[in-house]
Design a protein around this ligand. Structure first.
Ligand SMILES: Cc1cc2nc3c(=O)[nH]c(=O)nc-3n(C[C@H](O)[C@H](O)[C@H](O)COP(=O)(O)O)c2cc1C
Length: 213
């Protein structure tokens, strides 16, 4: 099983993070999570999830939110200011990191190597160690600064995966839309999941309903 870093920054799109966390834990991976202050604010607004910043107290709250009662791997939550956490060092091996959702501010700091918090530092480590880094920005419209920052992180080796679900799979619910983005994130990290469905062409084939192994 793998070790993955889940960063949650202060952009809209926290349901994607919930689905990704659920799938990572459900598949038995070890998850190291870090949430910015703004990320906590957005979680409260969008998910009614109130975190205090005390990692010990917040851990069970986050696990309840992810709704994975039993999991074979581990879950560790670090404070954004804890730049001495293991994921701040390249010597601590991880299989990849996703920042979902990724704010314009966090994108800009990662693009410019401004690692003044653990989330940006862990992303910086992934880039320098040539490890998989997936950034999921959500903003509209995009400024030239956002676009340049996306180019910069792509040049540095990151994958920019905008939170823009398609509609060609005929979504019936918000969950379907969330799954489309979450499935792509997991696939980009090399994680098999039941939420990633393969397009087989227009009807009658449509989407594969099978679990992709
Ligand atoms: C409810 C809410 C929604 C927000 N949505 C976005 C968004 O979609 N994209 C974005 O870049 N910033 C968004 N912001 C603004 C960021 O949270 C803000 O720029 C913050 O400083 C980012 O901090 P961080 O990068 O440390 O997480 C939102 C803020 C709030 C409170």
């Amino acid at each position: 099983m793998g070790v993955y870093v889940l960063g949650i920054a202060g952009a809209s799109g926290t349901p994607y993070a919930r689905r990704v966390l659920e799938q990572m834990l459900g598949a038995g991976h070890d998850v190291k999570a870090v949430i910015t202050d703004a990320g906590r604010k957005v979680l409260a607004v969008e998910e009614d999830l109130v975190l205090t910043g005390n990692t010990e107290a917040d851990t069970p709250t986050l696990l309840e939110w992810a709704n994975v009662p039993d999991f074979a791997g581990t879950f560790e939550l670090y404070h954004h200011k804890d730049v001495a956490a293991p994921i701040a060092s390249g010597s601590f091996a991880v299989d990849g990191m996703v920042v979902v959702p990724c704010s314009g501010g966090t994108l800009g700091r990662i693009a410019h190597g401004i690692s003044n918090g653990l989330l940006e530092r862990a992303a910086d480590v992934c880039l320098k160690e040539r490890r998989r880094l997936v950034l999921v920005p959500r903003e509209m419209p995009l400024s030239l600064i956002h676009l340049r920052n996306m180019t910069a992180v792509t040049e540095a080796g990151a994958i920019v995966l905008p939170a823009s679900p398609g509609f060609y799979h005929n979504p019936k619910s918000i969950d379907d839309l969330v799954d489309m983005v979450a499935g792509r994130i997991l696939a980009s990290l090399g994680i098999d999941s039941k939420v990633m469905k393969t397009w087989l062409g227009p009807e009658p084939q449509g989407y594969s309903e099978e679990v992709i192994q």
